[in-house]
Design a protein around this ligand. Structure first.
Ligand code: PBG
Length: 328
């Protein structure tokens, strides 16, 4: 037996390679901030920026030029309140931004909108707080989520991606979209989302850290999943599939390869993984210290998600990967 003869020559290795990553597999997150000009680098995410309303279209143009096919939008509004009113306004930040992208670029870029309230609420939690239960109130948050989805769809969003982990969110959104003439809009469910320390840097980027007060603790453990639970992780995704989700998602990704494989095998639905902020920042920090090679590590990580069973990847590396492929 000689396992190594298939590894001896580079062209041979390419011929027997089982998994490939291309720009087509990637989705780039984009942070748009109201009342800010130009762009502002996120201190805990070197290379990632918040963009003002005067500058994000140029960034989208650059991404399209690099061959990126899809973006995931996050909005940071100026005014935050207890129920996230900006997200419920047809002229709110995300609605305006989606319209502008679609006016200028049409179908050149797929626009996915993150549907959640943590960036829009003054308490930083993912919906309306229920002070009695000391968590986000499931059913009143479902109601405002349906409104938010219609606003995104009317503005021209191509895909709606609910990330708040409310029960029955997919049934609720599917019904609302269908009844309002948006049967054709797919739902990408954040179906298995763990309460994770890997979201830390994102909360700087989106200015959405959960706060503590007498009504709710300073974390999302009461509505996001326990990372120790594998069976429950699979059940959550199957439930969203049964409610009609078009695409499922595992988030975070890097510490959850077992879940990625198991959900893919159990559902056979298109599967997205979210290579989250903390996963990105770890690689950046190590590379900045000269401890690892940034590009090599990025490619290895992205390939590993596909090997585990992902069809598509939301990653802050997307632009860097596209640059690497295009030699820019
Ligand atoms: C909104 C949301 C979060 C992320 C994506 N959508 C934050 C959270 O759940 O706390 C995190 C993404 C990342 O870390 O890159 N709920």
């Amino acid at each position: 037996m000689d396992f190594r003869r298939l590894r001896l020559k580079r062209n041979m290795r390419d011929l027997v390679r089982e998994t490939h990553i291309t720009i087509d597999d990637l989705i780039m997150p984009l942070f748009i901030k109201e009342d800010m000009k130009g762009k502002n680098e996120v201190s805990s995410m070197p290379g990632i920026f918040q963009f003002g309303e005067d500058s994000f279209l140029d960034e989208v143009a650059e991404l399209i030029e690099l061959g990126i096919k899809a973006v995931l939008l996050f909005g940071i509004p100026k005014l935050k309140d207890s129920c996230g009113s900006d997200a419920l306004d047809e002229n709110g930040l995300i609605a305006r931004s989606v319209r502008k992208i679609k006016e200028r670029f049409g179908d050149e870029i797929l626009v996915i909108t993150d549907l959640c309230f943590c960036e829009y609420t003054d308490h930083g939690h993912c919906g309306i707080i229920n002070p009695k239960l000391k968590t986000v109130d499931n059913d009143s948050t479902l109601e405002i989520s349906a409104k938010q989805a219609i606003i995104h769809a009317k503005a021209g969003a191509d895909v709606i991606a609910p990330s708040g982990m409310m029960d029955n969110i997919i049934t609720t959104l599917r019904k609302a979209l269908d009844e309002n003439g948006f049967k054709h809009i797919p739902i990408m469910a954040y179906s298995t989302k763990f309460a994770s320390s890997f979201y830390g840097p994102f909360r700087d980027a989106a200015e959405s850290a959960p706060s503590a007060n007498e009504n709710i603790p300073k974390n999302r453990k009461t509505y996001q999943m326990d990372y120790a639970n594998r069976n429950e992780a699979v059940r959550e995704s199957i439930a969203d599939m049964n409610e009609g989700a078009d695409i499922l998602m595992i988030k975070p990704a890097l510490s959850f390869m077992d879940i990625i494989r198991e959900v893919k095998d159990a559902t056979k639905l298109p599967l997205c993984v979210y290579n989250v902020s903390g996963e990105y920042s770890m690689v950046r920090a190590a590379a900045q210290n000269g401890w690892v090679d940034y590009n090599d590590m990025m490619v290895e990580i992205l390939v590993s998600f596909k090997r585990a069973g992902a069809d598509m990847i939301i990653s802050y590396h997307s632009k860097d990967f596209a640059k690497l492929v295009k030699g820019k």
